[in-house]
Design a protein. Sequence first.
Length: 239
Amino acid sequence: MFQLILIRHGESEWNRDHRFTGWADVGLTELGRLQMQEAGALLRREGLVADLAFTSVLSRCVRSQWALLEGMDRVWVPVVLEWRLNERHYGALTGLSKQAAVATHGAAAVQRWRRSFDVPPPQGPGDGDGHPIVDERYAALPVECIPSGESLAQVVARVRPVWLQAIADALASGKRVVVTAHGNSLRALLKLVEGIADDDIASLEVANAVPIVFELDASLQVVRKSVLGCSTGNPSEIL
């Protein structure tokens, strides 16, 4: 059996404020850090450890991975930073609260952008902290790889190579893998791991700091799935 743990980062500053975040590089709240430490401690108590960790390149995710590994008492585990695990880019919605987005675009349009599988939001950098095209961490990427607004289907397309190549290869080599990512990049991974239908994955909620543990067979088919509960704070809505 191969072990894969998926977990969404802890509460971020914009989760707390109910703002569309996407690729904006906002920080963790203190609650978010504690959520991840608790999740790591829970995994340790359950006898679940990791030999290799993957995370996005966004600060809230990197710092969540640090706190998780600290809670697991595995701070020495190698960590792979992968931009393809970034959150869905929310385009012109970035930085807006849900209420502001509804006031600007209408409730029906916002719901369609949030919950459709293949409908992207309006393109644009939004009101986030700078556009990714001028962010140093993406300097080596071709410009066409940097989004300005994505549907969930587009997130699945960019996450798929990470699953098929990096994560699957690590699992096949016998490594126990933990992936700390975002609500929508984890939706993409869950779709790929479990074969979830397009209509079903678009409505799936992924709570902050709640570990999802898979046991996979030699073909990386799911044998067992468990969701471990954490008690610190309430899960944030995906934004």
